[in-house]
Design a protein around this ligand. Structure first.
Ligand SMILES: C[S@@+](CC[C@H](N)C(=O)[O-])C[C@H]1O[C@@H](n2cnc3c(N)ncnc32)[C@H](O)[C@@H]1O
Length: 210
C-alpha cells in the first residue's frame, strides 16, 4: 500500500499510532464542522444523543462540556478509537453519562425510536451501504428526531489525493435523495460553500412518512 492509500485508510478506520495522528489532524482542521454540527443539533436538556463513528471522542467531549445534562452514546468500528474515546472521556464514561460501543451503524442493536438525536461527522464515505445506514438511523430515532450528517463535498474531496481509494464521495443531491427515499425530510446547511455542509434529516410524524 502506498503512502496516500495508508493515509486514506487511517481516515476510514483509524488504528495504532497512525490513527492517533490522523484523528489529531481531524480535530484540528474540522473545528468549523464540529461547531456547525453542534449548532444544528440544538440539544435540549435530557436528550438522548448518538455519535456515529466518534473517532477519538473529541466531539463527544465538546458536547458533554457544553450540554452536560444530555445522555450520550457512541458507535464505532475501530477498537482503537473505542479505547481512545473512552480514555478522553473517562469521567463521563465512569459516571454513566456516556456509553461507547463497538459496532457498525448499518446494523445496530438499539431499540426503535431510542434516540432524540443522532449525528455523524465525516463518516458516511466509509459506510458499506449508505441507504441501509440511513434506514437504520431512521429506525433508531424518535418521530420528530433529527440526524445531522456533516460532510465535505464530493468536489472538495476530489482535490485530495488520499481520497482516491476507499472513499465513497457523494454529491449533496445524492445524500438528499437517499434520505428522502428512506422517508426522512432533508435540509442542507452550508458550512463553507462548495466545501462543507451539514445535512439535517428529520423523521417526520407518521402521517408524513412514506
Ligand atoms: C474520518 S473519521 C471521523 C471521526 C470523528 N467523527 C471526527 O470527526 O473526529 C471516520 C470514523 O468513522 C468510523 N466509521 C467508519 N465507518 C463506520 C461505520 N459503518 N459505523 C461506525 N463507525 C464508522 C471510523 O472508524 C472513523 O473513526
Amino acid at each position: 500500500m502506498g503512502i496516500t492509500e495508508r493515509i486514506g485508510a487511517q481516515f476510514r478506520k483509524p488504528t495504532g499510532l497512525g490513527g492517533a495522528l490522523s484523528t489529531f489532524v481531524m480535530n484540528t482542521i474540522n473545528r468549523k464542522q464540529y461547531a456547525a454540527t453542534e449548532r444544528e443539533l440544538s440539544l435540549m436538556p435530557g436528550a438522548r444523543v448518538l455519535d456515529v463513528g466518534y473517532g477519538n471522542g473529541f466531539m463527544l467531549q465538546r458536547l458533554i462540556a457544553h450540554h452536560g445534562d444530555c445522555e450520550y452514546y457512541g458507535i464505532e468500528i475501530s477498537r482503537d478509537m473505542l479505547a481512545a474515546a473512552s480514555k478522553r472521556n473517562e469521567k463521563a464514561v465512569s459516571s454513566g453519562r456516556l456509553r461507547l460501543s463497538f459496532g457498525d451503524i448499518v446494523r445496530t442493536e438499539f431499540e426503535d425510536g431510542f434516540f432524540d438525536t443522532v449525528y455523524t461527522v465525516n463518516t458516511v464515505y466509509f459506510w458499506d451501504d449508505l441507504e441501509a445506514g440511513l434506514s437504520e438511523v431512521k429506525r433508531i430515532i424518535k418521530v420528530g428526531g433529527v440526524f445531522v450528517n456533516t460532510v465535505y463535498s464530493r468536489e472538495w474531496l476530489d482535490r485530495l489525493s488520499y481520497t482516491k481509494k476507499g472513499f465513497a464521495k457523494y454529491r449533496l443531491d445524492e445524500l438528499q435523495h437517499v434520505g428522502e427515499r428512506c422517508g426522512l425530510s432533508v435540509r442542507i446547511v452550508p458550512i463553507a460553500n462548495g466545501k462543507s455542509y451539514c445535512l439535517v434529516y428529520v423523521k417526520e410524524c407518521k402521517g408524513r412518512e412514506r
